[in-house]
Design a protein around this ligand. Structure first.
Ligand SMILES: O=C(O)CCC(=O)C(=O)O
Length: 247
């Protein structure tokens, strides 16, 4: 089984993120995408007005397009099997310690032709773990993600700093972000990831993604793991303890 080598661990500790290509094979990725698309069709009609504001991208075309779906690891076997991948879990344990549990997971659809941006933020501000070193986000590229279709951008080394106060735009209490003047102090570096690869990021690492103006989707699955001792003690959004999956 492939694990992270000392250089990769050093890179992660210094920059707060690390890209590893080829963790998942084409068959697993295809199965996950097929399931995500079926699930999205089922869910989009069920959303009430409040949920639509958060989950639907209104402006792309006259057709509503889902922005994201929550908790695929808990709800969908195709995604649970990605999260349970033995090699992936070994890497997660190298980064945060033993007995990982997935607190939350999300599929981001970032549709072709206008899938919206995600502003600069730190995942630890959202989750509020008792141990900031104990959380890692595993961001699985379901499509090739690059600067053209809205890959992630990171502020290298921001994992070594503290969490910064976030604010939420009027009417979007869920969209916690670093205000523009504070975010402008950081240089953001693109982190392209080929389909089937993973970008790991530390909970304090500042990151963002731009909109997708290409004609290619940029679908991804983010899994937020903590080690076995992590508890979310001061989270700024509410997370359901019943959907935590331990590995
Ligand atoms: O995929 C995106 O555009 C945002 C992902 C993100 O913020 C995360 O995985 O923490």
């Amino acid at each position: 089984m492939k694990t992270l080598d000392p250089d990769q661990l050093k890179t992660y500790r210094a920059r707060g993120h690390l890209t590893v290509e080829g963790i998942f094979g084409e068959a697993e990725i295809r199965a996950a995408i097929a399931d995500a698309e079926i699930w999205a069709k089922e869910e989009i009609g069920k959303l009430d007005a409040g949920q639509q504001a958060w989950y639907v991208e209104g402006a792309i075309t006259d057709r509503a397009v889902l922005r994201k779906l929550d908790n695929p690891i808990y709800l969908r076997p195709a995604f649970r099997s990605l999260a349970a991948n033995e090699g992936l879990l070994a890497m997660v344990e190298q980064l945060i310690g033993p007995s990982p549990k997935a607190f939350f997971s999300q599929i981001f659809f970032k549709a072709a032709g206008g899938g919206g941006p995600k502003p600069v933020h730190q995942d630890n501000y959202y989750f509020g773990p008792n141990d900031p070193e104990g959380m890692v986000t595993v961001w699985i590229a379901l499509d090739d993600a690059d600067e053209g279709n809205g890959c992630l951008y990171y502020a290298d080394g921001s994992n070594l700093g503290a969490t910064i106060p976030h604010t939420a735009p009027e009417g979007e209490p869920f969209n916690l972000l670093i205000p523009d003047d504070a975010a402008a102090a950081y240089e953001m570096t693109p982190a392209p990831v080929p389909r089937g690869g993973v970008s790991f990021h530390h909970g304090n690492t500042l990151h963002q993604s731009s909109d997708n103006q290409s004609d290619r989707p940029r679908r991804a699955c983010a899994i937020h793991y903590g080690n076995g001792n992590v508890e979310l003690v001061h989270s700024n959004l509410s997370y359901d303890a019943d959907v935590v999956v331990s590995f």
